[in-house]
Ligand binder design. Sequence first.
Ligand code: SAM
Length: 294
Amino acid sequence: MSSKKRSSGSKNRTFRTKAPQGLGVRPAKSLGQNFLIDEDVIQAIVEGSGVTDKSLVIEIGPGTGALTLPLAERAGRLIAVELDERMIQGLRVKTYSLGNVEIIHDDILKVDLRGLIDRNLEEYGLEDVRIVGNLPYYITTPIIMKLLEADTGASSITAMMQREVGDRIAAEPGTKLAGAITYSVHYYSTVTKIVDVGRECFYPSPKVDSVVLRMDILNKAPVEVRDEELFFRCIKAGFMQRRKTLLNSLMSLGDHDKQSIADALDCAGIEHERRAESLSMEEFARLADSLKEA
Ligand code: SAM
């Protein structure tokens, strides 16, 4: 995992950073608006995203366009989805002369990404899809899960997120830091850290530090499971009460009694007292397959 340190770990410190020139609007906390103002970080994201002139880029939450312009200069085409209407006109004006940018005023969680991508790939003869965004932190997990589950055909997702969330996502399954999201992300992708980002790199400066991760989408999942939905339900149930033993936490699945859970654990070769965070991806796959039989 490569990383470039930007911040010396500024816990509990607040920074008064300067608004980017011509901002013109009051940042909306409710929309997670912390605008990137550090040129080195912008450069690291653009380079780390793997965007080329053959790429269709989908940008999530362009805001004032800090990433939009440098990404569009490298890309074949860029489509940016922004929820805040106040940003739309400014973004269209800023990107007009580039001629390869479309700004969509919508909620990224509601957009039909697959349809959007298919239409653009065909029309513009592009070769790959790269999703990039300095994410609104209040919906980091739903966005990442939508992007991974929507089968968009993207090669990678490069996303800025709160550092603690990034640490969980980048953790290896079966380690202390792992959570349900760890298994989901590692089922669909390999994760690389692009850069640590201190809170002083944003306006306004948030109360947390950040990290940029790149998730390269796998062609084939690292484990085979008979029932994907049950596999993910097991992981969720296991982590919902992560201090409980698996024998107890899996009761929240609701459709298996204690005896059939015990039998499934035995069949998968997993001791009843183990907790979710100690299971590898393969063990969760074996467990879900055994439960399918139970
Ligand atoms: N990309 C800009 C930057 O790096 O300076 C802005 C990043 S800011 C952290 C997140 C952006 O996502 C904001 O512009 C916000 O309005 C937008 N946003 C929030 N919720 C959204 C949603 N559901 N769909 C699309 N954009 C959203």
